[in-house]
Design a protein around this ligand. Structure first.
Ligand SMILES: Nc1ncnc2c1ncn2[C@@H]1O[C@H](COP(=O)(O)OP(=O)(O)OP(=O)(O)O)[C@@H](O)[C@H]1O
Ligand SMILES: C[C@H](N)[C@H](N)CCCCCC(=O)O
Ligand SMILES: [Mg+2]
Length: 240
């Protein structure tokens, strides 16, 4: 890593289910490999499961916890844990929860004080709403973090990636890199799609994560394994 390389990031994606958690976990591992005490954070999660000990868990938070080297319940990595896997502002509304950006920012700041680097994973795409007034783009802007875009390589991703870049830039944030994530079904013309994105995204390409080998695939509602995160980490580099 170069001396002034950024170490905290906001990881956004072209959509929900594009591999932000896989990439976030992998970036945390890479930071920790260089001796940086890095931790993951999510402003909000929607969708929980009950683990073997009967506790309510969220797979993204368990993945970020694993990547960060934290034991269960050691540290809160998210101020708002909602049960239903749906648009967070709607689930929150239904449950009478106010997704207060101030609370998100306070918890994020507390982590920045306790760790060397914080890797923030967004929820869904860049402009997912929090309340009637605010969205995750506002949170990214308030955190003032360099942004990494994860492109889920499927048909339609070129347009989604370019729209997302415009939205990030219109919030005066810097895109420090982007990752191509191959997803479980490799799309036709994968390399040509990646080249098209390289030609049009004016930010460094940080690597391409292949489809996970069958033995590293995970069921829905389960965290990634450390082996899956290591596999992804081998295919990407940290921004310089
Ligand atoms: N490289 C890959 N190979 C195979 N499957 C993948 C790959 N990347 C992601 N997936 C699968 O796609 C699904 C979505 O991935 P992931 O949960 O990382 O997305 P996300 O962008 O973090 O979603 P969310 O918006 O819910 O946070 C998961 O079931 C995961 O197993
Ligand atoms: C529940 C899911 N896994 C994500 N965490 C939230 C995705 C919200 C998408 C909202 C939208 O853009 O329509
Ligand atoms: Mg995720």
């Amino acid at each position: 890593m170069t001396p002034n390389a950024p170490t905290s990031f906001f990881i956004t994606g072209t959509d929900t289910e594009v591999g932000k958690t896989l990439a976030s976990g992998a970036f945390i591992l890479k930071l920790r490999e260089t001796g940086i005490k890095a931790v993951g954070f999510k402003p909000v999660v929607a969708g929980t499961y009950i683990d073997a000990s009967g506790k309510e868990r969220n797979e993204d938070l368990e993945t970020l916890r694993l990547a960060s080297g934290l034991n269960s319940d050691e540290q809160s990595l998210c101020p708002f844990v909602l049960g239903q896997a749906a648009a967070p502002h709607l689930v929150a509304q239904k449950n009478g929860v106010h997704l207060d950006a101030t609370i998100i920012l306070d918890e994020f700041k507390a982590l920045t004080a306790a760790f060397d680097a914080v890797v923030v994973e967004g929820a869904g795409g860049f402009l997912v709403p929090l309340t009637e007034q605010e969205d995750l783009g506002d949170v990214a802007q308030a955190m003032d973090l360099p942004v990494i875009l994860v492109v889920g390589m499927r048909l339609g991703c070129i347009n989604h990636a370019l729209l997302t870049c415009e939205a990030i830039q219109s919030r005066q944030l810097t895109i420090v890199g982007w990752v191509a994530n191959t997803l479980s079904n490799e799309m036709p013309l994968l390399e040509e799609n990646i080249q098209t994105l390289k030609d049009r995204i004016f930010a460094p390409f940080l690597g391409s994560i292949p489809s996970l080998p069958a033995q590293l695939n995970k069921p829905d509602n389960a965290p990634y394994s450390i082996e899956a995160l290591r596999f992804a980490a081998e295919h990407i580099r940290l921004p310089e």
